[in-house]
Design a protein around this ligand. Sequence first.
Ligand SMILES: Nc1ncnc2c1ncn2[C@@H]1O[C@H](COP(=O)(O)OP(=O)(O)O)[C@@H](O)[C@H]1O
Ligand SMILES: [Mg+2]
Length: 235
Amino acid sequence: MLKLNNVHSFYGNIHALKGITLEVMEGEVISLIGANGAGKSTALMTTSGIVPAKRGSVEFKGEDITHMPPDEIVKKGICQVPEGRRIFSYLTVAENLDMGAFLRNDTRKIKTDMDYVYDLFPILAERKNQAGGTLSGGEQQMLAISRALMSHPKVLLLDEPSLGLAPIIVKQIFGIIKKINEEQKTTIFIVEQNANLALKAAHRGYVMENGLISLSDTGENLLANENVKKAYLGI
Ligand SMILES: Nc1ncnc2c1ncn2[C@@H]1O[C@H](COP(=O)(O)OP(=O)(O)O)[C@@H](O)[C@H]1O
Ligand SMILES: [Mg+2]
């Protein structure tokens, strides 16, 4: 469904992606793990066109989207939840969700999707008239994911959904990510430093080091891999 072919990306002179190749199949949950600064966020931003690839290509459903502007890529059905969530603090929970649906005009289906996210995260239903900025970190992450779901994406790109959250909330969020994949058939591409939960939730995973992919395997095999255990799982 999504293919990165020998992708190179830069910030000025900084060579952040040094030729990465990876593939996300329709219906999969893929986790890309790696240390801080490895290039994980850049991989997502290159996919969504925010940091366009200088060399190599990005393909979505067989179409070359390497040089497509970010808004066109969103319209294709690729939706990114950026690191640090970035919800609209002064808008209510319900208004944040409406913003996620702004490209749509299928009013009835929007209502169904809104009911679905309130069902996934009942706390958001309780807080629907509360300003986004007054939510806890975990609730803001739930809102950011829900807002992305309101665009009814084919592929959901999640940048460090666990960042700064308490372990119990992280577990809950990963459980719901799996549920979204299973119930909505949404393809999900996660980048994470929390390798343990990210690999447990994934069908397949990639390990990134210094702008390159160093390993790829099923989530299960990566969790059992001695190098992954030492470098990323602390065991
Ligand atoms: N806006 C930016 N300007 C310059 N360098 C950046 C910028 N964003 C990231 N980088 C650099 O690119 C490399 C990859 O960063 P990033 O993709 O954010 O890594 P990760 O998400 O794995 O922590 C790092 O060396 C980082 O310092
Ligand atoms: Mg990052």
